[in-house]
Design a protein around this ligand. Structure first.
Ligand code: HSE
Length: 409
């Protein structure tokens, strides 16, 4: 028999407890030993559940019980999760987590501690919820040099953007609906400002390229500036706006990494990823592009990935799973500096002059252009050019009284 402890009984934690208890026979048969949920750590009371007797409020009970071989950390946040996880690993207990904030901030260190103590630290549920992506990327694509990882990594913002695109709903109404449906938190900052997607692209990049990239090294922009007008302009260009996380290995061996709203052609496969779904495109030098798609959030989907990691730890109780990367440094990240097309939205109180100047500066060939006379705005997508060249051209428009409202890749 193997005893397991669960730290946290929120949305994901309760899902983990329910799966482990209600599917106990199936799970025990698959790992070839009885799996016993011995403790659930939470400061709140949970009376009236079939497993209410398992709740404890003191972490030391888990730490000091040698029967407990595997611990699931599903509390979220860096503190006290970091302290608890570190102590468990040092005590020789394997740990699994869905906590992307913890992995993105402390992954390299916790992996090293796990290695030194001959236990496992697994975190499949930290990216893409129920989508198997981390393990397939490091195991099934192990023969590849991975050159790029890119995708829709946040279900809440994808839901909001989708409502704006399909139902013409404004941002605030779509956010309120996402909250009503339980996708967005009461404080939605981490999702809508891109922090959640940033943590996930850090984890993907670390696994793909072998180096820890820290969230503060990632240029991150959320979706709060996206208006219905932007959605309409993008539609005019045959595109949709998606929040994309992107990491790419440059020739210099540095990593270009960012999270930002991006104007995606309807011909690109990511444009059809709707609602709370996530999709991650991984480019290997042997396989080419591989896509992972599914529910990126939600109690059952995320708990399913946590339980699978618990089962993997039990099956490999005396072996190490090789899921690791080196610590990063301030030199790891660089701009890709390759030619890109840029979406630009400009306001001007001298609209006709701006239009003429625009044509003189950018020409018309290859540039898609749309104007909104009522708002005195023009929006256009530039030809492929280095960002610095486009910036120079935009600056040269400055004789007109204009203001750049927004630019997007
Ligand atoms: N808040 C996240 C999302 C789910 O909306 O994708 C947990 O990763």
């Amino acid at each position: 028999m193997i005893s397991v402890a669960i730290m946290g009984h929120g949305v994901v934690g309760s899902g983990v407890a329910e799966i482990l208890i209600h599917h106990n026979e199936l799970i025990s048969a698959r790992v070839k030993t009885e799996v016993n949920v011995k403790y659930i750590l939470d400061l709140r009371d949970f009376d009236g559940l079939s497993y209410s007797d398992k709740f404890i409020k003191d972490f030391e009970i888990i730490l000091n019980d040698d029967d407990v071989k595997v611990v699931a950390e599903v509390m979220g946040g860096v503190n006290p999760a970091y302290d608890f996880v570190k102590k468990c690993l040092l005590k020789g207990k394997s740990v699994v987590t869905s906590n992307k904030e913890l992995v993105a901030a402390k992954g390299a260190e916790l992996i090293k501690i796990a290695e030194q103590n001959n236990v496992n630290f697994l975190f499949e549920a930290s990216v893409g919820g129920g989508i198997p992506v981390l393990r397939p990327m490091v195991q099934c694509l192990a023969a590849n040099r991975i050159t790029e990882v890119s995708g829709i990594l946040n279900g809440t913002t994808n839901y909001i953007l989708n409502k704006m695109i399909v139902d013409n709903m404004d941002f605030d109404t779509a956010l309120a609906l996402a909250q009503e449906k339980g996708y967005a938190e009461k404080d939605p900052t981490a999702d809508i400002e891109g922090h959640d997607a940033c943590r996930k692209i850090c984890i993907l990049a670390a696994l793909a390229f072998g180096k820890h990239i820290y969230p503060d090294q990632v240029s991150t922009e959320g979706i709060t500036k996206i208006s219905l007008d932007d959605v309409e302009y993008a539609d005019n260009f045959g595109c949709v706006i998606k929040l994309i996380g992107h990491a790419e290995l440059l020739e210099s061996s540095k990593i270009s990494i960012w999270v930002r709203p991006t104007v995606v052609s309807r011909e690109c496969i990511l444009s059809g990823v709707n609602g709370v779904f996530n999709a991650i495109l991984v480019t290997g030098d042997q396989t080419g592009e591989v896509m992972f798609y599914g529910k990126g959030a939600g109690k059952e989907a995320t708990a399913s990935a946590v339980v699978a990691d618990i089962m993997d730890c039990i099956k490999h109780i005396d072996a190490r799973k090789y899921l690791s990367w080196e610590d990063g440094d301030s030199q790891s990240v660089a701009d890709s500096n390759k030619p890109e097309r840029l979406f630009v939205k400009i306001w001007s109180d001298s609209f006709e002059a701006l239009e003429k100047q625009f044509h003189d500066t950018f020409g018309t060939a290859g540039i898609q252009f749309v104007k909104n006379k009522y708002r005195k705005e023009i929006a256009f997508i530039t030809e492929e050019a280095f960002e610095s060249e486009t910036a120079e051209k935009l600056n040269s428009l400055e004789n007109c009284n204009y203001k750049i409202l927004h630019t997007m890749l």
